[in-house]
Design a protein around this ligand. Structure first.
Ligand code: PLP
Length: 438
């Protein structure tokens, strides 16, 4: 199929809810390391990695060697049979998780990982109520959509009940109109009253992304998670860290994002970057929490030997190449470049993130902070023309998400910054940028 036939077939044979970035959707044909190529042979520097999924570069040689080896040896068995790749991966994960998070359950996606975590929280505590955060994203099953605090990502009829939504720590747009640090972290301390006024007071737990991914890389201050985790535990709940985007060294120095806040969760969920593109979901819990899931369960593709061999190879590669440190060092370098862009382009209202997970929030006016949604789309289009792939996010659709592979180097960040600068310059005139339009 050529490019037009692919897009036509998508339109005719896929659910229309499947959408693509860009007014002229990009059809990708191949990829290697930090680059992807479209159907017309154009090369792009990929600073989005699928969606924070290509953690160690596209078609990474070390990971793919393990995939090839495994796919020719044993491709599928299902969880009713034991295999070495699943055992080896679970053992490795237990050795790098914080605290006593040693028991894993493997599925196919972040959504399933979160489903498993909520089930475990409910079995363990005997309570049902769950605290989620506004602006969060937790997946696309009925439960995961219900826990997602963004209307854009909720489809269909009303959501299951038993979920309440706390304020997130969105300092750039503080829900209380306060400023850090004089706010005394009101968004966190509000959790006490929120639980007492909107639940029975005996909750199953809280699920939160350390840095809200789809929500636009909203990054809480250092005090936030210690405060909320304590309040949640005082009300009988457990703390679930959704690390679908923040795990595996991306935030710098630490394996898991929540470690940046010094909080040890009861469950960590992950997916995306663990498989470097192969479908995987992980729920890893304290033994007592895992053990509370009585009865038996099965996952046809969870624990798949090929996927698990790939995931183990990803972790080994990150460890061998010291990529959590690279994420910190290159992340700081990238951050410096983004701050230079902010000083130059009035469209950029905020720069935030950690490690190699950085975002730019675009506003029409730095005083009013009116979200520059149309301009954000224009900058993305311009970036594409300039050979760059970046992502979009945020409740208002005005955040550019930047997440190169963890093994990115300085030269690529320099090239990225030059191309992004040019893209902003192209959108500098209000007409081009769509500023002022709806
Ligand atoms: C934080 C977070 N949780 C859960 C999910 C759902 O993962 P999946 O799309 O693999 O089901 C995502 C996906 O973007 C995510 O970012």
């Amino acid at each position: 199929m050529n490019k037009d036939e692919i897009l036509l077939a998508n339109k005719e044979f896929l659910f229309p809810a499947v959408f693509h970035y860009f007014s002229d959707p990009l059809v990708l044909e191949k990829a290697k390391d930090q680059y992807v190529w479209d159907a017309d042979g154009h090369q792009y520097l990929d600073f989005f990695g699928g969606i924070l999924t290509v953690s160690v570069g596209h078609c990474n040689d070390a990971v793919n060697a393990k995939i090839h080896e495994q796919v020719d040896k044993l491709q599928h068995v299902s969880t009713v049979f034991a295999t070495e790749p699943q055992a080896a991966l679970a053992k490795k994960i237990a050795s790098i998780t914080p605290g006593n998070l040693t028991k894993s359950f493997f599925t196919n996606s972040g959504t399933e990982a979160n489903e498993t975590a909520i089930l475990a929280a409910r079995c363990y505590t005997g309570s049902t109520e769950i605290v989620a955060l506004r602006h969060s994203y937790h997946g696309r099953s009925a439960l995961a959509m219900a826990m997602t605090g963004q209307d854009t990502w909720r489809m269909g009829p009303p959501m299951p009940n038993g979920i309440v939504y706390a304020h997130n720590a969105y300092c750039y747009r503080c829900p209380f109109g306060l400023e850090y640090p004089s706010c005394e972290i009101r968004c966190a301390t509000d959790m006490e009253e929120m639980i007492r006024t909107t639940t029975s007071g005996r909750i199953a737990g809280m699920i939160a992304e350390p840095i809200q991914g789809v929500g636009g890389f909203v990054t809480p201050p250092k005090e936030y998670f210690p405060i909320v985790a304590e309040i949640v535990r005082n009300h009988g709940g457990i703390f679930i860290s959704d690390e679908v985007q923040t795990a595996w060294g991306r935030t710098g120095h630490k394996w898991f994002g929540i470690e940046q806040w010094g909080v040890t969760p009861d469950i960590i969920t992950s997916a995306k970057g663990l498989g470097n593109g192969l479908p995987i979901g992980l729920t890893v819990a304290r033994p007592e929490v895992a053990d509370s899931l009585r009865g038996i369960t099965i996952s046809t593709f969870g624990g798949n030997p090929v996927t698990n061999a790939a995931a183990k190879a990803v972790i080994d590669f990150i460890e061998d190449q010291n990529l959590a440190v690279n994420a910190a060092v290159m992340g700081a370098y990238l951050r410096g470049k983004l701050e230079e862009l902010r000083d130059k382009h009035p469209l950029i209202g905020d720069v935030r993130g950690m490690g190699l997970m950085q975002a730019l929030e675009l506003v029409e006016d730095r005083k009013t902070k009116k979200p520059a949604k149309a301009a954000t789309a224009q900058v993305m289009e311009a970036a594409r023309r300039n050979g760059l792939l970046i992502g979009k996010g945020g409740l208002y659709g005005n955040v550019l998400r930047i997440s190169p592979p963890l093994n990115i180097g300085k030269a690529d960040i320099d090239n990225f910054a030059v191309a992004l600068d040019a893209s902003f310059a192209e959108c500098a005139t209000p007409e081009l940028a769509g500023v002022g339009s709806k």
